[in-house]
Write a protein that binds this ligand. Sequence first.
Ligand code: NAD
Length: 442
Amino acid sequence: MSTYHQLVEEQREYYRSGATRDLAKRKEVLLQLKQLFIDNKQAFDDAIYADLHRKSDSISEAGYMVHEIDGLLKNMDVWEKPEKFPLVLPHLKEEEDDVWLVREPLGVVLVISPWNYPLLTAAPFVTAIAAGNTVIVKPAELAPHFSHLFASLINAKFDKRLLVVVEGAVPETTELLKEKFDHIFYTGNPAVGKIIMAAAAKHLTPVTLELGGKNPVYVDADADLEDAAKKIVGVKIQNCGQICLNVDHILTDTNTKPKLLEAIKKELVKLEPLKTNPVYPRIIHEKHFDRLSNLLSKTKGRLYYKSSEESERADKFIAPHLLEIDFDDAFMTEEIFGPILVVLTIESFDKALDYIKHSEKPLGAYIFTTDPEKTRRFIRETSSGGVTVNSVMDHAMFPHLPFGGVGQSGMGKMHHLWTYDALTHRKTVFTRNGVGKKLSDI
Ligand code: NAD
């Protein structure tokens, strides 16, 4: 019997015993988790810095977890309350019959997360606990400082039948995926998303897949180009471009292109020198440094601008590059996920819509324009996880609204009640002969 099999079975037995069902106990666990993130905020910040060279922003990832837990504590009583519905059907009797929606947890949940925001992307594990499940979390091996810290802190504090962090790379994850889970929450790239879904299908396990893709930015001739350049560069340097919602490629017309390129260059110059700029992190791993270097060597595009600072593999440093490319370029074959901005010429707004419509559905689609009709058509005629107009990524900053992809960029929603819904089942319950009237609680 593999260790993973034993672990999953122990969690399943613990779940079946009813130990995870008491709401007050779940809240106690959430409060313990909250304290763990408060007490170890600096340690998490340091570990993430060691992995990515990224200083925590105004709110650190551990700070975000505290916020997330507070949101759960505030709302879970309401979300858990069985909801009574009108009977509607004429043959049913108000004095004898009742119909309810009752929420129940799923069982054993597996959360697999990536390295770019290693704690934030693992956040569904706290929702899984709040909702009464047991959880196994598998963080990314490419962020080892984070992964070790997370595993040591969580595993020292919690009963592994309720919550455990399992470290490992592809071989370990492959073994783990042979087990039967009641839900798998995966965040990462679409290729691995298919592996996860295929493994889940063997057990008919539902999945949430939060994936990535090639997010287009269309800049219209009527847009405020300086504003667009400022916002595009502002997000592209965040986490060194390693954000699922980041700008992947920019589409604009022939006349606008030179002005836009110049405006972007102006913003890039302001940030130099990048090597010593504290807001500029590093590429996560040599593997990704090599992937990006390979794309840079294969591109047939024209380098419009790059600072004089040379790439340095030992430091995993790549300065932002600004390139003009064609649609058949190497950079258009995969999600760039790095500090390289590529600009393509598109004949018109309609052609841009057409191009986006014929590409895989991205996680985010962006347009810069002052024209309300173009805005309306962009929103209505393209499909994506979400749209931001006259900015980039900002549609994802609302924690009370759903976040997720569509098609190739993922399935299922997260944030707030949407994660809670994904990790629970709501069942219709119909009671007759008056017994429902006597229930004080379900
Ligand atoms: P990664 O390589 O760390 O992989 C993510 C997880 O999958 C890791 O835990 C890893 O161990 C596991 N994994 C990798 N290969 C596997 C395999 N063959 N079998 C089983 N498990 C495997 O991270 P990544 O995929 O490079 O992350 C970047 C991607 O994630 C980008 O595409 C980005 O857009 C996407 N992303 C999406 C979101 C979102 O919320 N939609 C958030 C962050 C990142």
